[in-house]
Design a protein around this ligand. Sequence first.
Ligand code: SF4
Length: 242
Amino acid sequence: MRSLPKTTQAWKNAAKKPLQNVSKAQRGALAPSRIAAILKALDEAYPRAECALTHSSPWELLVATILSAQCTDARVNMVTPELFRRFPTPQKMAKATLPQLEALIRTTGFYHNKAKSIQGAARKIVSEFDGQVPQTMAELITIPGVARKTANVVLGVSFNKAEGVVVDTHVFRIARRLGLAKGDTPQKVEQELMRILPESRWIDFSHQIIQHGREICLARKPKCDRCNLEQLCTSKDKTWRS
Ligand code: SF4
């Protein structure tokens, strides 16, 4: 596959280019009618899917998303109330020490790195963005601890802006199971999804697939007998076939 684009516009331009060297089977998997059927089934199963991280501002969502790496949203939601009570703004968190932050987020795992990231994010937002979470991908990915996934979460959930598709562990796994993507990295899968999904669905699709991954299409033993996408799915991981 080509090297990944460098800018948001380049990502979007790449997403508009027709696929090349695609097998007949993959072309069938990506037929607009099949994609429309998958999106319809997701709407039926998850009409109100939304971000599960508790937050009351873009800043809180940014921090919670950084903490959610390799950790469940439920666990993050247990630590953030006290974290935000002690350090409610980027200005206050910028002045927190690493040991103070580590003590508050320890149970989310990788807490040394995460403490550095949220302290660094707070300092960057205070020093370069006037204390406000920026609203573009290009600016967000300059913040410590923020890569495309976190930036897409904040842009989509807090600002209703679709600059890309959130690809977390669930989206990565299920997009491949459904034959919507073949890439072996989240970045490649995101590019493939941006190419085949209508831009108007980029935000909701991720929320719906993440809920599907938590409830039905589990990593180890997907509950295919309860899946309303089953007739559209040809994954070799299927545990049940109609
Ligand atoms: S049929 Fe099974 S593997 Fe396919 S999407 Fe549904 S739960 Fe996942």
